[in-house]
Design a protein around this ligand. Sequence first.
Ligand code: FMN
Length: 191
Amino acid sequence: MPQPPLTILAISGSLRSGSYNTAALRAAQEAAPEGVTIEIASIAGLPLYDADVQAAGFPPEAAGLGERVRAADAVLFAAPEYNYSMSGVLKNAIDWLSRLPDQPFAGKPIGMIGASMGLLGAVRAQYHLRQSLVFLDALPINRPEVFIAQAHQKFDAEGHLTDDAVRGFIRAHLEALAAWTRRLKAAPPPA
Ligand SMILES: Cc1cc2nc3c(=O)[nH]c(=O)nc-3n(C[C@H](O)[C@H](O)[C@H](O)COP(=O)(O)O)c2cc1C
């Protein structure tokens, strides 16, 4: 029986044009299971979080991203690792959205992948991201985890994923996220 379609909003924690994490999200778009559409949202336009700015009114970039998160069935993060944690721009985006009324990550199914040039594939960044998501009452999947280590060896100069094992992990992660999202839709946890 065909499953109802799902839309996943993907957020990369890297702004650079040659980002391996953004490239991994493009690979995820191509590897998405049938019925799953992945839209990549940019966090480049968000100002630095400032409570004074918030008090004067949420910037449209923050409000707009929050709306997109709310409208999506699930969110997929790609987290680069900066100094053993997530990147500042990703944390900044999460900080903005966390202050929105009707905080959009609450109850949201979440997937996460990460690419780094080191040997551990952004594992520490992903665990810090997971920790923030716990506070926001999001519902990240536990496994399969996707740690894209030595990313410079897994993508070509145009940012195409060249490693079939990584492609398989991403595909498995998306299948698990889709199953988790459908399970939560069928039986939402108590508010
Ligand atoms: C400020 C900074 C800190 C970094 N810290 C780490 C680190 O802790 N662990 C790691 O594996 N790579 C680290 N790197 C290297 C990143 O893995 C590499 O730059 C990677 O390409 C970033 O992801 P992107 O390609 O999506 O931009 C760091 C890079 C920068 C710029």
